[in-house]
Structures are given as structure tokens and as C-alpha cells.
Design a protein around this ligand. Structure first.
Ligand code: 4AD
Ligand code: MG
Length: 486
């Protein structure tokens, strides 16, 4: 964290000090006929780089540091020197080097020797697509550096937010025998691999796989959500949350879906949908506030990168200043139908009560109609999960989705069905096996009470905060169809 301390936190106060910085070369150029070297070194602590000035006759190790000797951009350096006031705009200090040590040269020459030619990041600007193909090196780029610092800050802010409100962090399992969302989008986990050509996978006469001989004695999968498990802890510890990886084998060919993503799922004991929505809005706003407060240099950089959002900080400040809109699903559909009829908008899929909102509908509501985050409540029961509380009308459930411009759904949550008979009836209606959910139903047998919760897709939050467009750019190693190499 040396460079952030020196450039951001201390600035001119550090003038005169002798320091050592270690990092990777962002730019390097010679001056005064080769008697000077100007190096911008970045150590990942901030979007800013430290400018170091090396002089042939004053800096020990100078000859090793020339581009021809170190290989240029990407080489790792240790530089010791004195901080002086910088004549350049936008940085308080620069480093006048007394000792330079090349820690690692760049062997990017075509013959395998020193040189920058084959170093994948030698040129300055790269497309996000190109960086995705170099996921092992992109941590060194300015844009990925900023995104991942924001990501770190949002993880910290999440724990701080919930801890400050008395929520306990519960670690829910990744391997599970239950399908929380009932959508059948799970990755199966098995040890029943074929052995030396002979099938070990025991197939039943009906063609299905018999998992009774598998490691867990049953079919298991990677979890799609920690909710059912965390609910059991809300019915004992009161307010809790889980924050971990989740897995979905669904269509992840979009800019908003991953096969492996992280989810934050709070569960509030004795709460109804109102309290759930209030917590979700507070939490999102806290994350926005935290990023504006702690990631200024990163947000400034993200406004300037190619494809970045020019008005990013302005948009984020507006999020803080305005309450989220709240409408029911029925009202949302009515608005969409009315505007369609008035030819204010055209949709590929006609909005219709009973069908899920498509991303074009979500975007229209947030970007054209309300121009800010919108909480849509009380969806039809048939398009939502079995555990959501049935409303008095018998048609809708106490669900809420938070939609934001450009992204669409960022949070999905609900008040949970606490009535045993209603929950059992819902399981039957949806063709779920009651026997498999016996432990979940037990919570409704023994001291059942109101509770509510939601899930925030962590990567969608990072898209929201950074203004980037593709979810694959905001997780260190994205998992999507045919991509699990790194
Ligand atoms: O709406 P979902 O499916 O809700 C649940 O999983 C509930 N069990 C949450 C709860 O009440 N505890 O997913 C929640 C959020 C979505 O709003 C979205 O932000 C994110 O998870 N999400 C994804 N993010 C990236 N890639 C995917 N494939 C995602 N699927 C859902
Ligand atoms: Mg959802």
C-alpha cells in the first residue's frame, strides 16, 4: 500500500523522505540523450502510479534499468529514493532514485530473450475482450486494477454494513442436496467417474443414475443459493447473512450472467417485506456511499477508460439522494401495456400479467419511465419460488426485485412463507418433494415466525458501481460456457 499512502494519503507531507517502492513498470522512457529514465511504477494499491526519475550518474543500478536491459513495460522493480515535490500536474510528489533494482525482467523477445514484443500487455490500450483472454495478467492493467479494488472495498463494506447492524455472518455449504430456487439449474457433484473404461455410473433400468453409491449417498450439486440454510440460522441467531459463491448452469451467454457468481443473502428474523425492502435500499446506498468515499481515484479512472461511463460519480451521487421507486408488479405491467399501446415504446416480447418481466421491460422502467432504481413487489406466484409468502389475494407473493438502469435485476428477495399448511400446498403445486424438504418444513413446525430476506448478486453490484458493461470483467476469473481454463 506504499504508493497509495504516498500519493493519496500523505502527498506533500512526504516530501524529503527516503522510501522504497516495489511494483510493475507502467511506462518507461529515456530523456536527455539517455542520461535520464522516467519510470511510472504501479503497485496495485491505487489507480495512480509513482513517477520515478533515474539519473545515469546518480542512480545506482541505472544501466540495468534501461528498457533494452529490463525489457520495459511489465518488468518488476524496486526503487529507493527521495520524494520531491512534483512539477507534473495531478501528483503531489515524485521519486528521485538513488538505488534501482530490477527484480524481474520481461522476456518477451521473439527469441525468448529480453524485450517487450511478446508481452501481451506491452501496448497501452487493450479491449476488454482482449484482457479477458489474458485473465492471468490483467490484474496489472489500470482498468482491472480499479475494478478489483472496488470489488475488495464492496466486500469489506458488506461485512461492515451487516456487522454494524448486528447481523451474524453464517457460512453456508457449497455442496448441497437441495435446489433452493427450484429452477433445476444445478451443477452435479459426483465421484462416480468411469474407471478404466468400465462404467462406474450405476444406471437404473429407467435410465436414471443411481447416486446411492456416490460419496454422499445421494445426488448432490453446487449450491444455487445459501438461502434455505441461512434461514435455519435466522430461526435461532436472529439476523444473519451469508456471502459466498453460488453456481448456476443457466444461460450465461449474456453480459449479466455468470455460471459462478458471489451472492450476499441476509435473512431478517421477525421481518416482513417492508423491512426487507428498507434493508436492501439502505445496503445498496451504503455500498455506493462507501465507494464514493473510499475509491475516488478508481472511479475517476473508470470514468476515463475506453467504454467507461463519463458521468459515473454523478450517477452514483444521484442514487444516494433519491428514494427508490416502489411499484407492484401489477402496476409495472399496466405501465408497460399503456406505453406500448400509446406507441411510446416497442418491445420484442409483449408484457403480459403472469409472465416474468424481460430485461427490455426492466430497462424501460428504470431508464425511461423512472430514471432510477425501482423496487417491483408482489409478483404472480407462478413465476416465483416456492418459499415466498402467498398474499391474501391468493395470486401474488410477497416478493420484491430491485431493478437498476442498464443492469436490470440486481436484488431478488421476499418475505418467507411461515405457515406450514400453505407452504406444503405450494410445494405440491410446484411439484416439489416434501420429503426432501423435511428439514426446511421443520422450521414451520417448531416455533415458526415471520422472516424475510434477499439476495444481491455481487458482480451485478460491481457493474452498478463501476459502470462497466460486461459481468465477465468484474470477477477475477469469470466462469461461463467453455471458459474455466485459468
Ligand atoms: O433472484 P435470485 O435467483 O434469488 C435467490 O437466489 C434468492 N435465494 C435470494 C434470497 O432471497 N436469499 O438471485 C439473486 C440475485 C439476482 O438478483 C442477481 O443479482 C444475482 O443474484 N444473480 C446472478 N448474478 C450473476 N450471474 C447469474 N447467473 C445470476 N443469477 C442471479
Ligand atoms: Mg431473481
Amino acid at each position: 500500500t506504499v504508493i497509495k499512502q504516498l500519493l493519496v494519503e500523505r502527498g506533500e507531507a512526504a516530501v524529503g523522505e527516503t522510501v522504497t517502492i516495489k511494483g510493475w513498470v507502467r511506462t518507461i522512457r529515456a530523456g536527455n540523450k539517455g542520461a535520464l529514465l522516467f519510470i511510472e511504477l504501479n503497485d496495485g494499491s491505487t489507480a495512480l502510479s509513482m513517477q520515478a526519475v533515474l539519473e545515469a550518474d546518480k542512480t545506482q543500478g541505472f544501466a540495468e534499468a534501461t528498457p533494452a536491459s529490463c525489457g520495459g513495460v511489465g518488468a518488476s522493480f524496486s526503487i529507493t529514493g527521495t520524494l520531491v515535490r512534483s512539477p507534473a500536474e495531478g501528483q503531489a510528489v515524485e521519486l528521485h532514485a538513488t538505488v534501482v533494482e530490477v527484480l524481474g525482467k520481461v522476456y518477451g523477445g521473439e527469441d525468448g530473450g529480453v524485450g517487450g514484443k511478446l508481452y501481451p500487455l506491452s501496448k497501452k490500450a487493450h479491449s476488454m475482450e482482449y484482457l479477458r483472454c489474458n485473465a492471468h495478467l490483467r490484474a496489472r492493467t489500470r482498468v482491472t486494477g480499479s475494478v478489483m479494488r472496488v470489488r475488495h472495498a464492496m466486500a469489506y463494506a458488506t461485512h461492515k454494513f451487516f456487522n454494524d447492524r448486528g447481523f451474524k455472518y453464517v457460512h453456508t455449504p457449497l455442496i448441497t442436496g437441495a435446489d433452493c430456487e427450484g429452477a433445476g439449474e444445478m451443477f452435479t457433484v459426483t465421484t462416480l467417474l468411469p474407471e478404466k473404461g468400465a462404467p462406474r455410473l450405476p444406471i437404473r433400468p429407467d435410465g436414471s443414475i443411481d447416486y446411492s453409491q456416490d460419496f454422499f449417498g445421494r445426488r448432490t450439486s453446487l449450491t444455487v443459493s445459501g438461502q434455505l440454510n441461512v434461514e435455519t440460522y435466522a430461526c435461532g441467531l436472529s439476523d444473519v447473512y451469508t456471502f459466498g459463491p453460488t453456481f448456476r448452469a443457466e444461460n450465461s451467454h449474456t453480459t449479466r450472467h455468470l455460471a459462478e457468481f458471489w451472492m450476499i443473502e441476509p435473512e431478517i428474523a421477525f421481518a416482513d417485506l417492508e423491512m426487507d425492502m428498507a434493508l436492501a435500499e439502505d445496503y445498496l446506498k451504503y455500498c455506493v456511499w462507501y465507494a464514493l468515499r473510499h475509491n475516488e481515484e478508481d472511479l475517476v479512472l473508470l470514468e476515463k477508460v475506453p467504454g467507461g461511463e463519463a458521468g459515473l460519480r454523478e450517477r452514483l451521487r444521484n442514487v444516494l439522494e433519491n428514494p427508490f421507486v416502489r411499484i407492484t408488479y401489477t402496476e409495472a405491467v399496466a405501465t408497460l401495456e399503456k406505453d406500448l399501446a400509446a406507441e411510446k415504446v416497442a418491445f420484442q416480447v409483449k408484457p403480459e400479467w403472469g409472465c416474468d418481466l424481460g430485461s427490455e421491460h426492466e430497462r424501460y422502467l428504470t431508464e425511461q419511465v423512472y430514471k432510477r432504481p425501482v423496487i417491483v413487489t408482489n409478483y404472480p406466484k407462478d413465476i416465483k419460488a416456492f418459499y415466498m409468502r402467498l398474499d391474501e389475494d391468493g395470486k401474488t407473493v410477497s416478493a420484491m426485485d430491485i431493478l437498476v438502469p442498464k443492469i436490470g435485476e440486481i436484488i431478488g428477495g421476499s418475505q418467507r412463507e411461515e405457515r406450514l399448511d400453505v407452504l406444503k400446498a405450494r410445494c405440491r403445486e410446484m411439484g416439489l418433494e416434501e420429503a426432501a424438504l423435511w428439514w426446511y418444513l421443520d422450521l414451520r413446525r417448531y416455533g415458526s415466525h415471520k422472516h424475510a430476506g434477499f439476495g444481491l448478486g455481487f458482480e451485478r453490484l460491481i457493474l452498478f458501481i463501476t459502470g462497466l458493461e460486461n459481468i465477465r470483467d468484474v470477477i477475477p476469473f469469470p466462469r461461463f460456457p467453455a471458459h474455466a481454463e485459468f
